[in-house]
Write a protein that binds this ligand. Structure first.
Ligand code: GLN
Length: 458
């Protein structure tokens, strides 16, 4: 099989499925085939190529790409083509991966269903009346529907893991600073982390090794080796591994079908030699409200750059209006409801006189969450929980109720708060035939532990 064959097969699959699923915002068939032929030629010339050379991949539409528009799912950036590639994209190209297109997402990565995209919702390939998760629903659905074997996403509060969970794919949020954010359009800078989407732990590990590692262009990048992640994904034994089940992530609000699959997955870990104990992390229940202060605060500051002057959309610039009027008209027209809601919340939380009460206290709770993790990791090697309390919900079901939408990230947010490594692996199907995800959380820079667990679950 040549890369050209494989790329052609993916493009055919995209042609057939994309009109229904709305996974890709842009596809470049000619560019992809040309890149594939170039890899085939290098292989024919016996050039040494990496393990994923020639493999097609989808990229979430918040990574800058010089050959595709980068919209972040927003009218604000419709048609905007960045002048440079994100580090993740550069590394994909260097490793010979074939970027076939850019995937749909919630607007500026705010959401858990891909419904806040200005370009319509993505549909879940398992049931097209249901959401594929969010914000990276496009990347997860691309992999789940066999349009591409791999994708990359970004995870600020769960946007790689929760879509992974509800589409039956593997989604990894590496340690904060493990994969460069350079060229990833900033959402909440202290939480944003790019990571791999794949169908197996091993594939995700290979991709993680390509995109991960130090980058001087990201001030938060960690100068440490990525680790032998692919080897970890094939370890297949959990002898001597201590697994902590998070006590707080069960009970009311968790679907019985989700909890059953979770328990069964824990049994698989036990059978592979793991010692399983229950662990209490009392501050995890405050992670969600804390996130919804810190995230909007950082977001409101990051989205201030979309003012109609520098990038993308500009409205009302007819020579009669002041710059401020043009900025207001542009932001009014360019941002959707959820973006506006969060800009208002964030601006309020950061305003003089309120900073201490809101952002300041949220930062203090964040420290308590980090301490819960630190205490837990003194006795266990990894923590586990369901990735999200329910299976994929119906499109439209939670749109009118932001709080119910936010609950989808209840279990994923603590890892972003602490900056540690975390992943969702498929744990089978619920009784009604929908995918359930199993979350694994590891200390910072212990990403290989995620893959050891993920490999055993396959
Ligand atoms: N769903 C969460 C939010 O809406 C997380 C998003 C993300 O990780 N990008 O903010």
């Amino acid at each position: 099989l040549t890369s050209e064959d494989l790329t052609r097969a993916c493009l055919e699959r995209i042609d057939a499925q994309n009109p229904t699923l709305n996974v890709f915002l842009s596809v470049d068939p000619e560019g992809a085939l040309e890149a594939a032929r170039a890899v085939d030629a290098r292989r024919a010339a016996a050039e040494h190529l990496g393990p994923l050379a020639g493999i097609p991949i989808a990229v979430k539409d918040n990574f800058c790409t010089t050959d595709f528009a980068t919209t972040c799912g927003s009218r604000m950036l419709e048609g905007w083509v960045p002048p440079y590639d994100a580090t993740v994209v550069t590394r994909l190209r260097q490793a010979g991966l074939i970027i076939v297109g850019k995937t749909n997402m919630d607007e500026f990565a705010m959401g858990s269903s891909t419904e806040t995209s200005a370009f319509g919702p993505t549909r879940n390939p398992w049931d097209t009346d249901r959401i594929p998760g969010g914000s990276g629903g496009g990347s997860a659905a691309a992999v789940a529907s066999f349009m591409t074997p791999l994708a990359v996403g970004s995870d600020t509060g769960g946007s790689i893991r929760q879509p992974g969970s509800v589409t039956g794919t593997v989604g990894v949020k590496p340690t904060y600073g493990g994969v460069s954010r350079y060229g990833l359009v900033a959402m909440a800078s202290s939480l944003d982390q790019p990571g791999p989407v794949a169908r197996t732990a091993y594939d995700a590990a290979l991709l993680h090794q390509i995109i991960g590692g130090y980058d001087p262009m990201d001030s938060a990048s960690i100068d440490a080796p990525v680790g032998e992640l692919a080897t970890a994904a094939r370890a297949r034994s959990l002898d001597g591994v201590r697994v902590g089940v998070v006590k707080e992530f069960a009970g009311e609000g968790y679907e019985p079908g989700v909890l059953r699959r979770f328990e069964e997955a824990v049994d698989v870990l036990r059978a592979a030699g793991a010692e399983v104990v229950e662990v209490s992390c009392p501050h995890f229940t405050y992670a969600l409200p804390t996130y919804y202060l810190i995230q909007p605060a950082e977001l409101s500051s990051n989205l201030a750059r979309f003012d109609g002057m520098r990038y993308g959309l500009r409205v009302g610039d007819d020579g009669t209006r002041s710059a401020e009027e043009v900025m207001n008209l542009t932001r009014e027209a360019g941002f959707g409801r959820e973006a506006k809601r969060r800009i208002i919340i964030g601006t309020y939380a950061l305003s003089a006189g309120y900073y201490d009460a809101y952002y300041g206290s949220a930062q203090r709770v964040r420290t308590l969450i980090q301490r819960d993790f630190a205490a837990a990791f003194e006795t266990v090697d990894v923590l586990v929980s369901p990735t999200t309390p329910t299976v994929a919900f119906k499109i439209g079901e939670r749109v009118a109720d932001p709080l119910s939408m936010y609950l989808a990230d209840l279990c994923t947010i603590p890892s972003n708060m602490a900056g540690n490594a975390s992943a969702s692996f498929p744990a089978g199907l619920s009784d009604d035939g929908l995918p359930v995800g199993f979350q694994v959380m590891a200390p910072p820079l212990a990403d290989e532990r995620l893959y050891i667990i993920g490999g055993v679950l396959e």
